[in-house]
Design a binder for this molecule. Structure first.
Ligand SMILES: C[S@@+](CC[C@H](N)C(=O)[O-])C[C@H]1O[C@@H](n2cnc3c(N)ncnc32)[C@H](O)[C@@H]1O
Length: 373
Protein backbone atom coordinates (compact mmCIF):
# COMPACT_ATOMS: atom_id res chain seq x y z
CA UNK A 1 0.00 0.00 0.00
CA UNK A 2 1.03 3.58 -0.47
CA UNK A 3 -0.38 4.79 2.78
CA UNK A 4 1.89 4.74 5.77
CA UNK A 5 -0.07 3.64 8.83
CA UNK A 6 0.56 5.53 12.02
CA UNK A 7 1.83 3.77 15.06
CA UNK A 8 -1.37 4.13 16.99
CA UNK A 9 -4.94 3.04 16.99
CA UNK A 10 -6.56 6.02 15.34
CA UNK A 11 -6.28 4.62 11.88
CA UNK A 12 -6.09 0.96 11.04
CA UNK A 13 -5.25 0.85 7.39
CA UNK A 14 -5.39 -2.55 5.86
CA UNK A 15 -5.42 -3.83 2.33
CA UNK A 16 -8.09 -3.97 1.05
CA UNK A 17 -8.93 -0.82 2.85
CA UNK A 18 -11.30 -1.09 5.73
CA UNK A 19 -10.70 1.84 7.90
CA UNK A 20 -12.08 2.56 11.25
CA UNK A 21 -11.59 5.39 13.59
CA UNK A 22 -12.76 4.28 16.95
CA UNK A 23 -11.01 6.72 19.18
CA UNK A 24 -14.25 8.30 20.15
CA UNK A 25 -15.13 8.18 23.77
CA UNK A 26 -18.40 9.01 25.34
CA UNK A 27 -17.73 10.01 28.87
CA UNK A 28 -19.48 11.67 31.72
CA UNK A 29 -18.74 14.96 33.28
CA UNK A 30 -18.63 14.02 36.90
CA UNK A 31 -20.22 17.23 37.99
CA UNK A 32 -23.27 17.01 35.79
CA UNK A 33 -24.55 13.50 36.12
CA UNK A 34 -27.97 12.93 37.55
CA UNK A 35 -28.52 9.33 36.54
CA UNK A 36 -26.49 6.19 36.37
CA UNK A 37 -25.91 3.59 33.70
CA UNK A 38 -27.76 0.34 33.95
CA UNK A 39 -24.98 -1.87 35.32
CA UNK A 40 -26.26 -5.20 34.03
CA UNK A 41 -23.70 -6.67 31.65
CA UNK A 42 -26.17 -7.32 28.84
CA UNK A 43 -27.50 -3.81 28.82
CA UNK A 44 -25.40 -1.96 26.30
CA UNK A 45 -27.46 1.18 26.26
CA UNK A 46 -27.67 3.80 28.93
CA UNK A 47 -30.94 5.25 30.04
CA UNK A 48 -32.42 7.70 27.61
CA UNK A 49 -32.02 10.82 29.76
CA UNK A 50 -28.40 10.04 30.35
CA UNK A 51 -27.70 9.47 26.69
CA UNK A 52 -29.09 12.85 25.81
CA UNK A 53 -27.10 14.54 28.53
CA UNK A 54 -23.92 12.80 27.51
CA UNK A 55 -24.37 13.60 23.89
CA UNK A 56 -24.72 17.23 24.88
CA UNK A 57 -21.50 17.07 26.87
CA UNK A 58 -19.53 14.99 24.43
CA UNK A 59 -17.77 17.84 22.55
CA UNK A 60 -15.86 18.62 25.76
CA UNK A 61 -14.26 15.22 25.85
CA UNK A 62 -11.28 14.77 23.56
CA UNK A 63 -12.05 11.12 23.12
CA UNK A 64 -15.62 11.79 22.24
CA UNK A 65 -15.85 14.62 19.77
CA UNK A 66 -18.29 13.03 17.36
CA UNK A 67 -20.81 11.46 19.70
CA UNK A 68 -23.15 14.41 19.34
CA UNK A 69 -23.66 13.35 15.72
CA UNK A 70 -25.99 10.57 14.71
CA UNK A 71 -24.20 7.30 14.09
CA UNK A 72 -24.90 7.61 10.35
CA UNK A 73 -23.34 11.09 10.33
CA UNK A 74 -20.33 9.76 12.23
CA UNK A 75 -19.82 7.10 9.57
CA UNK A 76 -20.06 9.66 6.78
CA UNK A 77 -17.55 11.91 8.58
CA UNK A 78 -15.14 9.02 9.07
CA UNK A 79 -15.40 7.99 5.44
CA UNK A 80 -14.64 11.55 4.37
CA UNK A 81 -11.68 11.66 6.73
CA UNK A 82 -10.28 8.48 5.22
CA UNK A 83 -10.83 9.79 1.70
CA UNK A 84 -8.92 12.97 2.59
CA UNK A 85 -6.12 10.94 4.12
CA UNK A 86 -5.76 8.81 1.01
CA UNK A 87 -5.71 11.87 -1.22
CA UNK A 88 -3.40 14.09 0.83
CA UNK A 89 -1.09 11.54 2.42
CA UNK A 90 -1.52 8.55 0.11
CA UNK A 91 -1.49 10.75 -3.00
CA UNK A 92 -4.35 8.96 -4.71
CA UNK A 93 -6.48 11.09 -6.99
CA UNK A 94 -10.24 11.23 -6.42
CA UNK A 95 -10.69 9.52 -9.77
CA UNK A 96 -8.40 6.64 -8.80
CA UNK A 97 -10.34 6.16 -5.59
CA UNK A 98 -13.61 6.06 -7.50
CA UNK A 99 -12.43 3.96 -10.44
CA UNK A 100 -10.72 1.20 -8.50
CA UNK A 101 -13.10 1.02 -5.58
CA UNK A 102 -10.21 1.51 -3.17
CA UNK A 103 -12.54 2.65 -0.41
CA UNK A 104 -15.20 0.20 0.56
CA UNK A 105 -18.18 1.35 2.61
CA UNK A 106 -17.67 1.35 6.38
CA UNK A 107 -19.31 -1.68 7.93
CA UNK A 108 -21.56 -0.30 10.67
CA UNK A 109 -21.82 -1.82 14.10
CA UNK A 110 -25.03 -2.20 16.06
CA UNK A 111 -23.45 -1.77 19.49
CA UNK A 112 -22.45 1.82 20.07
CA UNK A 113 -21.60 1.80 23.77
CA UNK A 114 -19.32 -0.26 25.98
CA UNK A 115 -17.57 -1.78 22.99
CA UNK A 116 -14.04 -0.56 23.61
CA UNK A 117 -11.75 -3.09 25.22
CA UNK A 118 -9.15 -0.51 26.20
CA UNK A 119 -9.20 2.97 27.71
CA UNK A 120 -6.42 5.15 29.05
CA UNK A 121 -7.30 7.77 31.65
CA UNK A 122 -4.84 10.44 32.74
CA UNK A 123 -4.14 11.81 36.18
CA UNK A 124 -3.54 15.51 36.57
CA UNK A 125 -3.18 18.10 39.33
CA UNK A 126 -6.19 20.17 38.32
CA UNK A 127 -9.39 19.10 36.66
CA UNK A 128 -10.55 21.04 33.64
CA UNK A 129 -14.12 22.22 33.16
CA UNK A 130 -15.73 23.83 30.13
CA UNK A 131 -16.55 27.53 30.36
CA UNK A 132 -20.20 26.84 31.05
CA UNK A 133 -19.30 25.04 34.26
CA UNK A 134 -16.64 27.41 35.54
CA UNK A 135 -18.98 28.44 38.33
CA UNK A 136 -18.68 24.93 39.72
CA UNK A 137 -14.93 25.18 39.34
CA UNK A 138 -14.76 28.17 41.70
CA UNK A 139 -16.81 26.28 44.23
CA UNK A 140 -14.45 23.36 43.85
CA UNK A 141 -11.41 25.54 44.36
CA UNK A 142 -12.58 26.26 47.90
CA UNK A 143 -12.62 22.62 48.79
CA UNK A 144 -8.88 22.12 48.71
CA UNK A 145 -6.29 21.00 46.24
CA UNK A 146 -6.77 17.28 46.36
CA UNK A 147 -10.42 17.62 45.44
CA UNK A 148 -9.35 19.35 42.28
CA UNK A 149 -7.11 16.53 41.15
CA UNK A 150 -8.26 15.06 37.86
CA UNK A 151 -8.57 11.53 36.57
CA UNK A 152 -10.16 11.38 33.19
CA UNK A 153 -9.75 12.19 29.51
CA UNK A 154 -8.20 15.12 27.76
CA UNK A 155 -10.22 18.04 26.49
CA UNK A 156 -10.15 18.15 22.67
CA UNK A 157 -6.76 19.29 21.42
CA UNK A 158 -5.20 19.82 24.86
CA UNK A 159 -2.53 17.57 26.32
CA UNK A 160 -2.72 19.29 29.72
CA UNK A 161 -6.45 19.77 30.30
CA UNK A 162 -8.12 16.76 31.87
CA UNK A 163 -11.85 16.36 32.11
CA UNK A 164 -12.81 14.29 35.12
CA UNK A 165 -14.51 11.04 34.11
CA UNK A 166 -16.40 8.88 36.58
CA UNK A 167 -18.06 6.58 34.13
CA UNK A 168 -17.14 6.06 30.49
CA UNK A 169 -19.88 4.70 28.29
CA UNK A 170 -17.45 3.26 25.80
CA UNK A 171 -15.57 0.88 28.05
CA UNK A 172 -16.89 -2.32 29.61
CA UNK A 173 -18.99 -2.38 32.76
CA UNK A 174 -16.30 -4.16 34.80
CA UNK A 175 -13.75 -1.54 33.70
CA UNK A 176 -16.14 1.18 34.86
CA UNK A 177 -16.39 -0.49 38.27
CA UNK A 178 -12.60 -0.28 38.55
CA UNK A 179 -12.56 3.35 37.43
CA UNK A 180 -15.22 4.23 40.02
CA UNK A 181 -13.32 2.42 42.79
CA UNK A 182 -10.14 4.36 42.00
CA UNK A 183 -12.01 7.67 41.71
CA UNK A 184 -13.61 7.05 45.09
CA UNK A 185 -10.38 6.96 47.04
CA UNK A 186 -7.25 8.17 45.28
CA UNK A 187 -7.61 11.84 46.26
CA UNK A 188 -7.61 11.05 49.98
CA UNK A 189 -4.63 13.04 51.29
CA UNK A 190 -3.83 10.31 53.81
CA UNK A 191 -2.98 7.89 51.00
CA UNK A 192 -0.20 10.16 49.76
CA UNK A 193 -0.85 9.96 46.01
CA UNK A 194 0.16 12.84 43.80
CA UNK A 195 -0.93 13.21 40.17
CA UNK A 196 1.79 13.76 37.60
CA UNK A 197 1.97 17.22 36.10
CA UNK A 198 2.99 17.44 32.45
CA UNK A 199 4.20 20.98 33.15
CA UNK A 200 6.35 20.53 36.25
CA UNK A 201 7.14 16.84 35.54
CA UNK A 202 6.47 16.17 39.20
CA UNK A 203 3.98 13.73 40.72
CA UNK A 204 3.56 9.96 40.89
CA UNK A 205 0.36 8.76 39.15
CA UNK A 206 0.41 9.25 35.37
CA UNK A 207 -2.26 7.05 33.80
CA UNK A 208 -4.84 4.42 34.61
CA UNK A 209 -5.10 1.98 31.72
CA UNK A 210 -7.94 -0.50 31.70
CA UNK A 211 -8.14 -3.42 29.28
CA UNK A 212 -10.95 -5.94 29.08
CA UNK A 213 -10.62 -9.38 27.54
CA UNK A 214 -12.38 -12.68 28.12
CA UNK A 215 -11.53 -15.95 29.74
CA UNK A 216 -11.34 -18.26 26.74
CA UNK A 217 -13.13 -21.14 28.45
CA UNK A 218 -15.84 -19.34 30.45
CA UNK A 219 -16.12 -16.19 28.26
CA UNK A 220 -16.32 -14.15 31.46
CA UNK A 221 -14.66 -10.73 31.30
CA UNK A 222 -11.04 -10.43 32.35
CA UNK A 223 -9.80 -6.97 33.29
CA UNK A 224 -6.21 -5.77 33.39
CA UNK A 225 -5.51 -2.66 35.45
CA UNK A 226 -2.30 -0.83 34.61
CA UNK A 227 -1.14 1.96 36.88
CA UNK A 228 1.40 4.00 34.94
CA UNK A 229 3.63 5.87 37.37
CA UNK A 230 6.72 8.04 37.24
CA UNK A 231 8.66 5.88 39.72
CA UNK A 232 8.52 2.41 41.26
CA UNK A 233 6.83 2.54 44.67
CA UNK A 234 4.89 -0.70 45.11
CA UNK A 235 4.28 -0.07 48.82
CA UNK A 236 2.52 3.20 47.96
CA UNK A 237 0.44 1.59 45.20
CA UNK A 238 -0.59 -1.30 47.45
CA UNK A 239 -3.74 0.46 48.64
CA UNK A 240 -5.01 0.90 45.08
CA UNK A 241 -3.95 -2.62 44.08
CA UNK A 242 -5.93 -4.08 47.00
CA UNK A 243 -8.87 -1.86 46.19
CA UNK A 244 -9.19 -2.97 42.55
CA UNK A 245 -8.22 -6.61 42.96
CA UNK A 246 -11.37 -7.32 45.02
CA UNK A 247 -13.35 -7.32 41.76
CA UNK A 248 -13.55 -10.89 40.48
CA UNK A 249 -13.12 -9.67 36.89
CA UNK A 250 -9.73 -8.14 37.70
CA UNK A 251 -7.20 -10.86 36.93
CA UNK A 252 -4.15 -8.67 36.40
CA UNK A 253 -2.75 -5.52 37.97
CA UNK A 254 0.46 -4.23 36.47
CA UNK A 255 2.59 -1.17 37.04
CA UNK A 256 4.34 0.47 34.13
CA UNK A 257 7.04 2.71 35.47
CA UNK A 258 7.57 5.36 32.91
CA UNK A 259 10.64 7.56 33.40
CA UNK A 260 12.71 9.74 31.12
CA UNK A 261 15.15 6.85 30.66
CA UNK A 262 12.62 4.21 29.67
CA UNK A 263 9.78 2.01 30.78
CA UNK A 264 9.69 -0.99 33.11
CA UNK A 265 6.79 -3.26 33.88
CA UNK A 266 5.93 -5.00 37.15
CA UNK A 267 3.07 -7.38 37.84
CA UNK A 268 1.55 -6.46 41.19
CA UNK A 269 -1.39 -8.87 41.24
CA UNK A 270 -2.45 -11.94 39.23
CA UNK A 271 -1.30 -12.52 35.65
CA UNK A 272 0.86 -10.32 33.46
CA UNK A 273 -1.59 -10.55 30.54
CA UNK A 274 -5.26 -11.14 29.76
CA UNK A 275 -6.80 -13.29 27.04
CA UNK A 276 -9.26 -12.81 24.20
CA UNK A 277 -10.58 -14.94 21.36
CA UNK A 278 -10.93 -13.91 17.74
CA UNK A 279 -12.08 -16.16 14.91
CA UNK A 280 -11.38 -19.28 16.90
CA UNK A 281 -7.87 -18.27 17.97
CA UNK A 282 -6.79 -17.42 21.50
CA UNK A 283 -4.69 -14.31 22.09
CA UNK A 284 -2.66 -13.18 25.06
CA UNK A 285 -2.68 -9.42 25.47
CA UNK A 286 -0.13 -7.70 27.65
CA UNK A 287 -0.19 -4.13 28.90
CA UNK A 288 1.48 -2.48 25.95
CA UNK A 289 0.77 -4.65 22.97
CA UNK A 290 -1.65 -3.48 20.34
CA UNK A 291 -4.99 -5.25 20.09
CA UNK A 292 -7.95 -4.08 18.03
CA UNK A 293 -9.95 -1.94 20.43
CA UNK A 294 -13.37 -3.18 19.31
CA UNK A 295 -13.28 -6.94 19.72
CA UNK A 296 -16.69 -7.55 18.15
CA UNK A 297 -15.86 -5.58 15.02
CA UNK A 298 -12.40 -7.14 14.84
CA UNK A 299 -14.16 -10.46 14.16
CA UNK A 300 -16.04 -8.81 11.31
CA UNK A 301 -12.93 -7.02 10.04
CA UNK A 302 -10.75 -10.13 10.00
CA UNK A 303 -13.42 -12.13 8.19
CA UNK A 304 -13.54 -9.36 5.57
CA UNK A 305 -9.75 -9.44 5.25
CA UNK A 306 -9.85 -13.17 4.64
CA UNK A 307 -12.61 -12.82 2.07
CA UNK A 308 -10.96 -9.89 0.30
CA UNK A 309 -7.50 -11.44 0.30
CA UNK A 310 -9.00 -14.39 -1.57
CA UNK A 311 -6.39 -16.82 -0.26
CA UNK A 312 -6.79 -20.29 -1.75
CA UNK A 313 -5.83 -22.22 1.38
CA UNK A 314 -4.07 -24.95 -0.59
CA UNK A 315 -0.68 -24.32 0.99
CA UNK A 316 0.75 -22.59 -2.07
CA UNK A 317 0.54 -19.03 -0.81
CA UNK A 318 2.54 -16.85 1.52
CA UNK A 319 0.78 -14.21 3.58
CA UNK A 320 2.71 -11.11 4.62
CA UNK A 321 1.23 -9.48 7.71
CA UNK A 322 2.96 -6.10 7.79
CA UNK A 323 2.53 -3.98 10.94
CA UNK A 324 1.38 -7.21 12.56
CA UNK A 325 1.20 -6.19 16.23
CA UNK A 326 0.50 -9.35 18.21
CA UNK A 327 -0.05 -11.20 14.95
CA UNK A 328 -3.81 -11.45 15.13
CA UNK A 329 -4.53 -11.04 11.41
CA UNK A 330 -1.79 -13.38 10.24
CA UNK A 331 -2.57 -15.99 12.87
CA UNK A 332 -6.28 -16.06 12.07
CA UNK A 333 -5.32 -16.53 8.39
CA UNK A 334 -2.73 -19.18 9.19
CA UNK A 335 -5.22 -21.75 10.44
CA UNK A 336 -5.23 -23.45 7.06
CA UNK A 337 -2.14 -24.70 5.31
CA UNK A 338 -0.32 -21.44 4.51
CA UNK A 339 2.83 -19.77 5.66
CA UNK A 340 2.55 -16.38 7.31
CA UNK A 341 5.33 -13.87 7.88
CA UNK A 342 4.62 -11.03 10.27
CA UNK A 343 6.73 -7.89 10.63
CA UNK A 344 6.60 -5.70 13.71
CA UNK A 345 8.80 -3.13 15.47
CA UNK A 346 7.65 -3.37 19.12
CA UNK A 347 9.57 -6.14 20.94
CA UNK A 348 6.73 -6.91 23.42
CA UNK A 349 4.28 -7.31 20.54
CA UNK A 350 6.70 -9.72 18.79
CA UNK A 351 7.02 -11.77 21.99
CA UNK A 352 3.23 -11.87 22.31
CA UNK A 353 2.86 -12.83 18.65
CA UNK A 354 5.24 -15.80 19.10
CA UNK A 355 3.35 -16.87 22.19
CA UNK A 356 0.04 -16.51 20.39
CA UNK A 357 1.29 -18.70 17.53
CA UNK A 358 2.38 -21.29 20.07
CA UNK A 359 -0.83 -21.40 22.11
CA UNK A 360 -2.84 -21.77 18.92
CA UNK A 361 -0.58 -24.57 17.68
CA UNK A 362 0.36 -22.59 14.58
CA UNK A 363 3.80 -23.59 13.31
CA UNK A 364 3.79 -22.09 9.84
CA UNK A 365 4.13 -18.57 11.08
CA UNK A 366 7.24 -16.44 11.50
CA UNK A 367 7.02 -13.12 13.30
CA UNK A 368 10.11 -11.10 12.54
CA UNK A 369 11.40 -7.90 14.07
CA UNK A 370 11.36 -5.59 11.12
CA UNK A 371 10.32 -2.23 9.89
CA UNK A 372 7.78 -2.26 7.06
CA UNK A 373 8.34 0.54 4.59
C1 LIG B 1 -2.58 -0.40 14.38
S1 LIG B 1 -1.49 -1.66 14.90
C2 LIG B 1 -2.15 -3.01 13.98
C3 LIG B 1 -1.71 -4.38 14.48
C4 LIG B 1 -2.35 -5.57 13.80
N1 LIG B 1 -2.22 -5.52 12.36
C5 LIG B 1 -3.79 -5.72 14.21
O1 LIG B 1 -4.69 -5.51 13.40
O2 LIG B 1 -4.04 -6.05 15.38
C6 LIG B 1 -0.04 -1.19 14.03
C7 LIG B 1 1.18 -1.94 14.46
O3 LIG B 1 2.24 -1.58 13.57
C8 LIG B 1 3.44 -1.51 14.30
N2 LIG B 1 4.35 -0.68 13.49
C9 LIG B 1 4.39 0.67 13.41
N3 LIG B 1 5.30 1.06 12.51
C10 LIG B 1 5.84 -0.07 11.98
C11 LIG B 1 6.80 -0.33 10.95
N4 LIG B 1 7.39 0.66 10.27
N5 LIG B 1 7.09 -1.60 10.64
C12 LIG B 1 6.48 -2.63 11.29
N6 LIG B 1 5.54 -2.45 12.27
C13 LIG B 1 5.22 -1.19 12.61
C14 LIG B 1 3.03 -0.96 15.63
O4 LIG B 1 3.98 -1.26 16.64
C15 LIG B 1 1.68 -1.65 15.86
O5 LIG B 1 1.82 -2.86 16.58
Amino acid sequence: GRVKPRNDEHFNILLPLHIRRFRSCLSTLSCSLGEDVDPTPNSYFPKRGLTLELVTNSPYCGGCKTQNLSYEAQLRAKEEQVRDLLIHVGRFSREQLQLHGVIKPIVPFDIQFHYRNEMEFSFGPRRWLPKELLQDRRADDDVGNNENYALGLHAPGFFDKILNVDNCLLQSHPANKVLAAVQECWRDPQLGFSPYSVHSHKGFLKHLMLRTGRDVTTYQPEVMVNFVTSSYKPELLKFLVDKVSVFPEVVSVVNNVNTSVGEEEYTLYGKSSITETLRGCTFQISANSFFQTNTYQAEVLYKLIEDCAGVRGDGSEIVLDLFCGTGTIGLTLARSDRHVYGYEVVPQAITDAHLNAKINGIKKCNICPGRSQ
